[in-house]
Design a protein. Structure first.
Length: 202
């Protein structure tokens, strides 16, 4: 009887916890490398919604910083995997009360939007991000590519950094999305890629 009660209790706890675990996740809907004159660019699509707390924070004038990580490696059975490329993209989402506009910026580039949804729609779709310079040389082998997006709490003001450590509503990230890329022999040759059945989280 006790065993039955324990199983029922664990099932109840699981039903309560699992939806919360999914609520603060970013899904990587797709990722593709394309050859261009300067090297390889990444197109990636993400899907997420800001938690009510994060929407409140950014609308109150506190910028949110998102980070996109990309890695390209070649597996080696005799040694550690070889890193061919590693890139990081920072995106800043902010709200300006004087203009009543949301702003999305990366480096010196910035765009303004009338609504938060419009800004998020652009944030979710990364296009033409140069992740591999054309000077990189490739071996005749398949490469493992991986991409992820996360909210970077380390760039928030100190009080919000502390809150992000314990409050799930201040956390937002995706698992690594992995896909296999056949190395192009000569840029800009077509890049063949195939996606595994399931992504593995690092």
């Amino acid at each position: 009887m006790r065993a039955v009660r324990r199983i029922a209790l664990w099932a109840l706890l699981a039903s309560l916890v699992l939806p919360l675990a999914r609520a603060d996740e970013i899904s990587v809907r797709g990722a593709q490398l394309r050859p261009v004159e300067d090297g390889l660019v990444l197109d990636a699509d993400f899907d997420f919604e800001l938690t009510p707390r994060l929407a409140e924070v950014v609308s109150g004038g506190v910028p949110l910083y998102f980070r996109v990580d990309f890695e390209l490696t070649r597996r080696r059975w005799y040694w550690f995997d070889e890193s061919a490329a590693s890139k990081r993209l920072h995106l800043r989402l902010s709200y300006h009360a004087l203009t009543r506009q949301y702003r999305l910026s990366t480096g010196l580039l910035q765009q303004s939007f009338a609504t938060l949804d419009e800004a998020l729609n652009v944030l979710k779709h990364i296009r033409n991000w140069l992740v591999v310079d054309r000077t990189v040389t490739f071996a005749e082998a398949d490469y493992d590519a991986a991409v992820r997006m996360r909210l970077d709490p380390s760039l928030l003001p100190k009080p919000f950094q502390l809150s992000a450590l314990t409050n799930r509503e201040m956390q937002l990230e995706s698992p690594w999305r992995r896909f296999i890329v056949r190395a192009p022999r000569q840029l800009p040759a077509p890049v063949e890629s195939r996606e595994p059945a399931a992504a593995r989280e690092r």
